[in-house]
Design a protein around this ligand. Structure first.
Ligand SMILES: Nc1ncnc2c1ncn2[C@@H]1O[C@H](COP(=O)(O)OP(=O)(O)OP(=O)(O)O)[C@@H](O)[C@H]1O
Ligand SMILES: [Mg+2]
Length: 256
């Protein structure tokens, strides 16, 4: 189904150089609405650099990007958010001592007028946070009035995703190593969250070193090797051994 529709995101010929280091060389990427695309590859293969370009954090040295068929140029991460592209990182930027609602609205607090003064509307932020977690992600916290560092890794992940889905008309969600710091139960909850968001029609990109997670969650897998796209496979038509083979490349290539 997704193969026939135009891609939500198309990255074309993306090259990124850091001084003398070529992190990416003419990389393409297609992402469709309602799919999870996993990006895999060894350390230094260029995965994070590629998604930093997609999320406006880095500018490509060369190449172009299309969002829903329109040329996409971005100068900052906030440009990406404005276009409906956001990311949730492994090192979740959450303020540990603040409540889930305060974290969700950090830097974009809801306010109300009281006696001519603009004050924080804590009650509404709390109810909006609670509603977003429940309706968009199917997550109910035991209490909304606890510091975020008392929550589990999976719950923290949910808050970070809720923040992304609440604040923009989100079309593309990127997750760099979402399960790296999580135990097995939290990992399966996070994979469930990813499915929930995908089923709402978003395009989701997941970078992961866990091929088990990748095969559990993704619709397609893009394999990166030494800054190039080594292949793209449909998850149901591939297996861990062949993806690993593409990640490390041929023996001659390794010896060179
Ligand atoms: N800011 C930078 N300055 C110089 N080189 C960089 C910079 N960022 C990344 N690189 C280089 O670009 C290459 C790709 O790095 P990148 O972080 O994209 O890899 P990765 O696939 O995400 O790896 P990992 O699995 O370890 O996270 C590496 O050789 C890295 O050293
Ligand atoms: Mg990385």
């Amino acid at each position: 189904m997704t193969e026939t529709s135009a891609p939500l995101v198309a990255m074309r010929g993306i090259t990124k150089r850091f001084g003398g280091v070529t992190a990416l060389e003419a990389v393409d990427l297609d992402l469709h609405a309602g799919e999870v695309l996993a990006i895999v590859g060894d350390n230094g293969a260029g995965k994070s650099t590629l998604i930093k370009i997609l999320t406006g954090v880095l500018r490509p040295t060369a190449g172009s990007m299309l969002l829903e068929g329109q040329e996409l140029t971005m100068n900052s991460h906030s440009d990406a958010i404005e276009h409906g592209i956001d990311a949730v990182y492994q090192t979740l930027a959450l303020a540990d001592h603040l409540t889930p609602a305060a974290n969700m609205f950090l830097g974009s607090e809801l306010t109300k007028k009281l006696l001519g003064l603009e004050i924080l509307d804590n009650k509404r932020m709390r109810s909006e946070a609670e509603r977003t977690l429940r309706e968009r992600l199917g997550v109910t916290l035991r209490s909304m009035d606890v510091p975020t560092d008392s929550l589990s890794g999976g719950q923290r992940q949910a808050i970070a995703i809720a923040r992304a889905v609440y604040h923009s008309d989100l079309k593309v969600l990127v997750m760099d190593e979402p399960t790296a710091a999580l135990g097995p139960r939290e990992t399966s909850r996070t994979l469930k969250l990813i499915e929930t968001v995908r089923d709402q029609g978003l395009g989701v990109i997941v970078i992961s070193h866990s091929l088990d997670d990748v095969f559990a969650i993704s619709d397609r897998i893009q394999i990166m090797r030494r800054g190039r796209r080594a292949g793209v496979v449909k998850t149901t038509e591939s297996d861990i051994a062949s993806v690993l083979g593409m990640m490390v490349g041929a023996a001659s290539d390794q010896a060179a």
